[in-house]
Design a protein around this ligand. Sequence first.
Ligand code: URA
Length: 262
Amino acid sequence: MSRRELVLSEIGYRPLWKLRAAAVTTPSALPLDTPVNLPKLQVTTAVSPIQPQPISEALDNSVQAPAPPYENPVTATPITDWDDLQQQINACQQCQLAGTRTNIVVGRGNQKARLLLIGEAPGEQEDRHGLPFVGKAGQLLENMLAAAGIDSEREVYICNLLKCRPPGNRNPAPDEISKCSHFLQWQIDAVQPELIVAVGRFAAQSLLQEQASLSSLRGKLHQYGRYPVLVSFHPAYLLRSPGEKAKAWQDWCRVRQLLNQK
Ligand code: URA
């Protein structure tokens, strides 16, 4: 079994449908929620092939991003570099999460990545290890990235809206999001990604300053300042609703495709 087949098998996308050579696109369209234990099939596509779409023609809406310097709103101290970011988050006492966190969670991956992935907030495992997406949701995310041919260490920087865990994994509160936002804004401009992917309702709505549902934000190319943004499902949601993995797979194919166009 190839690595790709192993990965797809791991995330439950079995059996594998083989593309005929003539129908292969990049990335290959592959099956998602196929029932288990069926014989292997020869089909052209499992999900609709995604047509290349120039970014300029595909833009849905555009959000003005705050301009630097990104500074602590209370002390007006600007963030100077990644070490300073780490220190400022460590020292941050601006919301109640500072009192309950075990570790701050700044981010992981390539600080000059082509793709910036923004999640919601650290969960239990992330709070324990001080790294984003290292629990079950993170495993699924890694598997989806790998299946879409995206190298998470080289091509991606992963961070969250909030840098501290909300107790019991409750939803982030609006004041927590706004008090943490200068950290994220600094990260976005430091990475200068070619594409941002916001996973989940909180990351998408807060970045795009939108109240619209996740399903209506998905499938469109948005713009945050000078950065194109795609929205997809939060992997924790996909663990609870595996039937939505097919749509998530389309989103990640689109991500791969947009990166390939650049
Ligand atoms: N969920 C998130 O949104 N972020 C993490 O880092 C982990 C789980």
